[in-house]
Design a protein around this ligand. Structure first.
Ligand SMILES: Cc1ncc(COP(=O)(O)O)c(C=O)c1O
Length: 447
């Protein structure tokens, strides 16, 4: 097979120049523009299954998959039918519909701690609502979040979500507090306790100091916004225990992991019982949505009345999206959850293959994660365990050079090391073979 070349970007450059006339940075999120794609983005036109095509007609196997939103790849025929049928009879009524009840039934069937659910329009809205619920439920205001965790762009969560030079991070017991955004009042961050992740001792120390003021401890179960970092054995269980001991709610942010790692997400995988969990991405199979799930004793605070936790939204329970959720979750659970076996098999083949290629080419890199989500780190360290490791030991510049070499060889991925590779039910062994051939050739070019 001759090597695939997808390096012609003339029309991408033209479209990007045109977009910059009317859109800030030519995009709608900095993670898609020049901040990440130093040579300018690859402008995409269409997708089908595991593949996307750019405006120059180049064809790629897509491993970004809309930041993980596309659990069945692009334009899955059953999702297309669900959308087509729904839109022909009215996209959204902002009224009660059978579609929202059907979507909720499936979520509550799949997620172990979901007695009840409230849909939002994004993962950010879900974590916002979870925090408001936790504050109302506990009568406390502070939240503990972890370094390097991203929970969306709501004010209190925007502390140390970005990487920084290791010299400015402070100590694990007393981490430096670095806001990710201008425009957020200092007083907001006064309500935030910051802790390093995957470090039980530091957590115990910090919770001993602040535990009684905490409304919630919020964590990603697998750290997905510094690549893909797994929790140490027993760490999340201990976190849950500590939160309970101090009367804080344990919020598991499953926006990335939910419906991806298992039918019941990481709470099923790791045997956790979060007080609240948040979802998005894979739940909507490409449609904008989020959700907060948990016990009635907490979510019932949303019920109308003078003591209620307010949550409005014109687009909440959007009919089209609810239809997509039902179809998506039926696809994922068909044949006794066969999709999860497939995601695991294909993902593990890609991970194992990449590890072999790096070893054969004597490239110092680790591939972390398993099954449906993983990340490559160019590093001398044996593993990346947390934000501090990531900031100190990961060569993100080399990673972006590697991704550019892959982009020229028919593999679509973001050059940001902070994201992660996504396997969907549309990916095949042939796609993995194409990835490995491209990765091998990229290693040779970079050596
Ligand atoms: C763990 C986590 N929580 C929340 C969010 C926010 O979700 P959204 O982008 O849908 O607002 C993200 C987005 O990447 C995320 O990774």
């Amino acid at each position: 097979m001759s090597e695939i070349r997808t390096s012609t970007r003339t029309r991408s450059q033209e479209w990007f120049a045109r977009a910059q006339r009317n859109l800030v940075e030519g995009v709608n999120s900095p993670s898609r523009g020049s901040a990440v794609f130093a040579k300018g983005p690859v402008v995409l036109e269409r997708g089908k299954g595991s593949r996307v095509w750019d405006v120059d007609g180049n064809e790629y196997v897509d491993f970004l998959m809309s930041f993980g939103a596309l659990i069945h790849g692009h334009a899955h025929p059953r999702i297309v039918s669900a959308v087509t049928e729904a839109i022909a009879t009215g996209s959204h009524f902002a009224s009660s519909t059978p579609a929202e009840a059907e979507a909720a039934e499936r979520v509550c069937r799949m997620v172990p701690t979901a007695e009840t659910v409230r849909f939002t329009n994004s993962g950010t809205e879900a974590t916002m609502l979870a925090l408001r619920l936790a504050r109302a439920h506990t009568g406390r205001t502070k939240v503990l979040k972890f370094e390097g965790h991203y929970h969306g762009w709501y004010d209190p969560f925007l502390l140390n979500a970005h990487g920084h030079s290791p010299e400015v991070l402070g100590t694990p017991a007393n981490p430096a507090r670095i806001p990710d955004s201008k425009g957020i009042p200092e007083s907001t961050f006064a309500e935030v306790v910051l802790a390093p992740w995957n470090d039980v001792e530091a957590l115990e120390q910090i919770i001993r100091r602040h535990g009684r003021e905490l409304a919630a401890v919020i964590t990603e179960p697998i750290m997905a916004n510094m690549g893909c970092i797994l929790p140490r054995a027993g760490y999340l269980q201990r976190m849950q225990e500590l939160a309970r001991e101090y009367g804080a709610l344990f919020i598991l942010d499953e926006v990335v992991t939910g419906f991806r790692y298992a039918p019941g997400g990481c709470q099923e995988l790791f045997g956790l019982r979060p007080d609240l969990s948040t979802f998005g991405k894979a739940m909507g199979a490409g449609f904008p949505v989020g959700a907060v799930a948990g016990p009635r004793a907490i979510l019932d605070r949303l019920r109308w009345g003078s003591e209620m936790v307010l949550h409005y939204g014109t687009f909440n329970g959007h009919r089209l999206t609810m239809k997509v959720i039902a179809e998506n979750l039926d696809l994922l659970t068909a044949d006794n959850n066969a999709a999860y076996g497939q995601l695991g098999r294909i993902g593990d083949a890609a991970i194992g293959g990449l590890r072999d290629i790096f070893a054969r080419n004597k490239v110092r890199a680790v591939v972390q994660g398993f099954g449906p989500m993983f990340q490559i780190y160019f590093t001398d360290a044996p593993a990346i365990h947390d934000y501090r490791d990531y900031c100190a030991h990961v060569d993100a510049v080399r990673y972006s050079r590697f991704i550019y070499a892959l982009l020229d060889r028919g593999i679509y991925m973001t050059p940001s090391n902070g994201l992660h590779w996504i396997i969907t039910t549309a990916h095949t062994e042939a796609n993995v073979a194409q990835l490995l051939a491209a990765a091998n050739s990229a290693c040779v070019e970079m050596s």
